[in-house]
Structure formats: C-alpha cells, structure tokens
Design a protein around this ligand. Structure first.
Ligand code: EPU
Length: 338
C-alpha cells in the first residue's frame, strides 16, 4: 500500500477545508484495513470515509486511512424481499440509484444524501420521513483492538435520531465495513407523508408515483434547498433539531406561537433549528468565507477558503444567539475534528 505524506484533504471532505494529513493511505479491502491498523510505525490512525459529516479544524497529525472498499452483493432473496450487502466505501447516493434501477424499494426518500454507505449507520441518516434504521438489517464492523470482524444487528446498533451505538459506547472502537439492507422487490410502500414530497409529486404531474418518482421528487426538493458540496462546501445539516421537554416547550411557544414544531412523544417536542437560526438573523449571512446557506439556515457553507476554525466560530456564535434569544440549546450534528 502506498503511503503519501502531507497530503491536502480538501477533496476528501465535503466542506472543502484545506487541512493536511501527515500521512495518507487508500484502503481498498478489509485485508488492507487490517494491515494498516497494525502498522506500529504509525501509532495514530484516523479513519476517513466520505468526509461528508465532519469539520476539520486543524491538520491531522496521524495516518489517515481513506476507506474505499467497494462492492454490492445479494445475500438472499424471495418473491418479495431482497437482502443486499453493500460495502462501506460505496457512495450512498450512487448505491440508492442502483437499488432503484433494480426496482428495490426502501431507500428512495434518502436519495442524494452525501457520504458513503459505511458511515450511514453511525448517525442513522434520515430524510423526508425515512431513516436508515427502517431498512437496516445488520452491519459488519472491524474491531480496532482485535482486528476481528463483528456483526451488529439492528438492536445492537441502538439507533436514535441521528444517533447510534457507534456514536456512543462504540465510538472509535469499530470501523463499519459493510451494511445489509432489506429492500422490497414489489408491493412498494411509498412514504410520501412528508408534505413537501406530495406537493412536489403533484407539481411533477404524477398521480401514481413509483419509487423512482419519489426519489426524483426528493432530488428536486434537495437540489432547491441544499447546496451541492461540489459547488459550495458544506456538510448538510450542521446542527441537530433540538428536542425539548413539554414544560420548556410551553414556555417557548407562549412567546413564539408562530414557531413550527413536531411532537416526538407526549413529553418531547422537536423544534426546527433552522427556524431558530433564521429568527436570529443568520440565514444567508456571510462572515469572510464562512456562511449560512441562503435557502436552509441549518446548513453552514464554505464560500471558498474558510478554515475549519472560522466555520466553527460561526457555529459557536449561532449557538450562543439561539440560546440568548430562545433559551434553547442547539448542538452540532457534524463531527468536529480538533
Ligand atoms: N425552516 C426555517 N428556515 C429555514 C429552513 C427551514 O424556518 O431556513 C423551517 C421550515 O419552515 C420547517 C422546518 O424548519 O418548518 C423544518 O425544515 P425542513 O423540513 O427543511 O427540515 P429540517 O428540520 O431543517 C431535517 C434534516 C435534514 C433532512 C430534512 C428533511 C436534521 C438535522 N435535518 O431538516 O437532514 O433532509 O429534515 O427530512 O434532522 C442532514 O442531516 O444533513 C439533512 C439535510
């Protein structure tokens, strides 16, 4: 395996931050991964996959292992379902498009989410009423300490809203190398409950949508609201939507009856962070090359040469403003790499 030194990571993170890796190596197989993890001359390793959910705030003083393990395989199938195994280095959206070409349903609402398949379970990616956990069967991960492969079923992954075992107790201990999905071959269950999808399908003049139509609708909506990382560096939603208790919500909504909200349970309410940020006046604002997207206040953007620190400063400023104005704490969804 070829090891490069002082390599820029600008093209390896969707924010387009020009941080450097002290050492860098491509990982194309599980054997490569095992070998690289055992190199004692590089004691510190950093795992990099699609680079779509992280903010690099400094150079990485380690050996960066770029996960690029490819492959898709049908594990089993019957008349109705297919179990599909996808290797971690497969680009998520390309994989979703491929499943739609095969007429496999289940992932269509999550079209155009940036990143790779192997990192999708870490934060239980989701969009337009569907989350990864809805079609997830299991994943295979390499345990860093033992270099052994372990299979995690859905329960063991402890999925929550943008959350899983791999963000908590399992953090830093496992590297996901493949994910198994259960997808429908027929009798597709469309999820168009998310208002914007229904409206989009209507505007597209479609009455009996297929899974491909739902995917097209999602792609249209996302392209209107979310910036293309190839054009404008970003990491999708930078913040999570805060979930607050009923008492806190009553107080908040008495003062701000116009605020949108979603009931999570009888006691918990989710308030859109984008609304809170917009009300604080940040939507479309730019500070040097760090900014807030003009069509979606939840997305921070790099207008060209922002450093990770500049983006992080802006994030802190926004968090303080939201806390001051509304008394609500918002926190990053993106991994901040220090
Ligand atoms: N809103 C504003 N200002 C804005 C944008 C939105 O006030 O600039 C309000 C909208 O009017 C709406 C509410 O905020 O009432 C929610 O907006 P939207 O439906 O666009 O979704 P979101 O909560 O902002 C979440 C996910 C997105 C996902 C969409 C659609 C999180 C952190 N984000 O955003 O995920 O695409 O729902 O399902 O949960 C991502 O994780 O990177 C991501 C893009």
């Amino acid at each position: 395996m070829d090891i490069q030194h002082d390599r820029s990571l600008k093209n390896y993170n969707t924010f387009g931050i020009d941080a450097k890796a002290k050492h860098f190596c491509e990982i194309n197989s599980i054997a490569d991964l095992k070998q690289a993890l055992s190199w004692s001359e590089y004691p510190k390793k950093f795992i990099l996959s699609g680079g779509s959910n992280m903010l690099l705030t400094s150079n990485i003083d380690s050996l960066v292992l770029h996960l690029n393990i490819k492959g898709k395989e049908i594990v089993s199938e019957d008349d109705e379902f297919v179990i599909l195994k996808v290797m971690g280095g497969e680009n998520w959206h390309q994989m979703v498009l491929w499943t739609l070409e095969q007429n496999y349903g289940g992932l269509e609402n999550m079209s155009l989410i940036p990143g790779n398949t192997g990192t999708a379970p870490i934060q239980n990616i989701g969009a337009y009423g569907v989350e990864l956990k809805d079609t997830f069967v299991s994943c295979e991960a390499l345990e860093v300490a033992t270099l052994k492969l372990k299979t995690f079923n859905k329960e063991e992954c402890k999925f929550g809203y943008r959350d899983s075992f791999f963000k908590n107790a399992g953090k830093g201990k496992y590297i996901i190398v493949s994910v198994n999905f259960k997808l429908r071959k027929k009798n597709h269950r469309l999820n168009t409950s998310y208002g914007a999808i229904e409206t989009e399908l209507k505007n597209m003049g479609i009455q009996n949508p297929t899974i491909k139509d739902v995917s097209d609708a999602v792609i249209n909506i996302r392209q209107r609201k979310l910036p293309d990382p190839k054009v404008l560096g970003n990491s999708g939603s930078f913040f999570k939507n805060p979930v607050i208790g009923r008492a806190e919500f009553e107080e908040f909504s008495a003062k701000h009856p116009e605020a949108p909200f979603y009931k999570v349970s009888d006691d918990l309410i989710k308030v859109p962070a984008a609304w809170l940020i917009e009300q604080c006046g940040y939507k479309g604002k730019r500070f040097g090359d760090a900014g807030v997207h003009k069509h979606q206040a939840l997305v921070l953007v790099n207008h060209g040469n922002a450093s990770g620190k500049e983006i992080l400063d802006l994030a802190h400023r926004i968090m303080l403003s939201v806390k001051d104005k509304f008394g609500i704490t918002i926190s990053p969804e993106v991994n901040i790499i220090e």
